[in-house]
Design a protein around this ligand. Structure first.
Ligand SMILES: NC(=O)c1ccc[n+]([C@@H]2O[C@H](COP(=O)([O-])OP(=O)(O)OC[C@H]3O[C@@H](n4cnc5c(N)ncnc54)[C@H](O)[C@@H]3O)[C@@H](O)[C@H]2O)c1
Length: 352
């Protein structure tokens, strides 16, 4: 079996659902159920003995030790993190606590467990760390995309905490021999994405007739990858990646935020037309995020060359599936838009 951390979040829940759709290898899913964690994402697995959900913190060493000793996983796939850049600007402490200290605790627990294994068990074990392209900093318009060899230049508390966790993972391999893998992926989108992030926020606001807040000029460029392609990339690296290596995962799809918003509006105009007029009328430019990186782009040739991985979706197919998913899952959206969500959105955007 495998131990997944953060498997009730956006990417983690997609990963667990896809994993169990493709294999019968059980998953123990450790998640603290922060505001971003949602058991409803995993409702399809209710009663499924292959999925064991554990409500707990990766920073709880005794808990993690107990899970490893009991379930004896062959791999840990580590998604759990504080993941929202805006929240990291308002409150960086939680990011250091979970992303840095939590990863440290998990690594130490993994090392302790790994040391109890015999030679074959040790060689087969993997600690897969899921990270972001944001650790590489910001690109100028003419710069080549981020390769695995790019220096780390994180600019936000979020990316700095993820960079720190990447360094810990690297060090636990070089110092202690722990068989680690790290993947650095670009911006994901797709089902179960919490509606504080750009794409789901635009969809749910548009459907509610609310303003569509776009930071600054909206010309910030990101590479976008459909979440299920990220999950297949992780599976490919877990299965065949070289121990100690990092692999960039991306969609070969650079787009400016404002173009993403217009694409979402056009799809909604087609799929759920608003009698009041085109959704783009709701676009509102708000004060930019401090220190907002201008451009990220991913060179994903290493994972393609070594493991034969390519994304299955283009942006056109992936974004259509995503908008349709939000239209089909209004109850899920209503459920996650709790009081705490409204408070955050209200506080964050009202002053802009
Ligand atoms: N979203 C993206 O576009 C993106 C891109 C590249 C990499 N990543 C990385 O992928 C991972 C998952 O991202 P996401 O977007 O799914 O995040 P998310 O915020 O949607 O989910 C994070 C999950 O981790 C859980 N969690 C938080 N703190 C925890 C703790 N201390 N112990 C146990 N569980 C805890 C939360 O409850 C939640 O279920 C993160 O490590 C993130 O850095 C995300």
């Amino acid at each position: 079996m495998i131990l997944v951390t953060g498997g009730a979040g956006f990417i983690g829940s997609n990963f667990v659902l896809d994993w169990l759709a493709q294999s019968d290898e059980p998953v123990v899913n450790l998640d603290a159920l922060t505001y971003a964690g949602n058991r409803a994402n995993l409702a399809a697995l209710d009663g499924d003995a292959r999925h064991v959900f554990v409500h707990g913190d990766i920073g709880d060493r005794a808990l993690v030790d107990g899970l490893l000793a009991t379930h004896r996983p062959r791999a840990i796939v580590h998604f759990a993190a504080e993941s929202h850049v805006d929240r990291s600007i308002h409150g960086p402490g939680a990011f250091v606590k979970t992303n840095v200290e939590g990863t440290f605790t998990l690594l130490e627990a993994a090392r302790g467990f790994w040391n109890t294994l015999d030679g074959a068990g040790k060689a087969a074990f993997r600690f897969h760390h899921v990270s972001t392209d944001e650790v590489y900093g910001s690109l100028k318009p003419s710069d080549p995309p981020f390769a695995e060899t790019n220096p780390y230049e994180p600019n936000s508390p979020y990316s700095a905490s993820k960079a720190a966790s990447d360094h810990l993972v690297r060090a636990w391999h070089h110092t202690y021999g722990l068989p680690v893998l790290t993947t650095n992926c670009s911006n994901n989108y797709g089902p179960y994405h919490f509606p504080e992030k750009l794409i789901p926020l635009m969809i749910v606001n548009a459907l509610a007739g609310k303003p569509l807040p776009v930071y600054g000029d909206g010309r910030q460029i990101r590479d976008w990858l459909y979440v299920k392609d990220h999950c297949s990339g992780i599976r490919a690296v877990l299965a065949g990646g070289r121990v100690g290596e990092t692999y960039n995962i991306g969609g070969w799809n650079e787009m400016a935020n404002i173009d993403i918003v217009h694409t979402v509006c056009a799809l909604l105009d087609e799929l759920r037309p608003d009698p009041a007029g085109p959704y783009a009328r709701l676009i509102t430019h708000v004060t930019d995020r401090p220190g907002h990186d201008r451009r990220y782009a991913i060179d994903a040739r290493k994972i393609e060359r070594e493991l034969g991985w390519r994304p299955a979706e283009t942006f056109a197919t992936g974004i259509r599936k995503t908008v349709q998913w939000y239209l089909d899952n209004a109850a899920w959206v209503a459920n996650v838009q709790s009081g705490a969500y409204q408070d955050w959105i209200g506080t964050h955007y009202s002053a802009r």
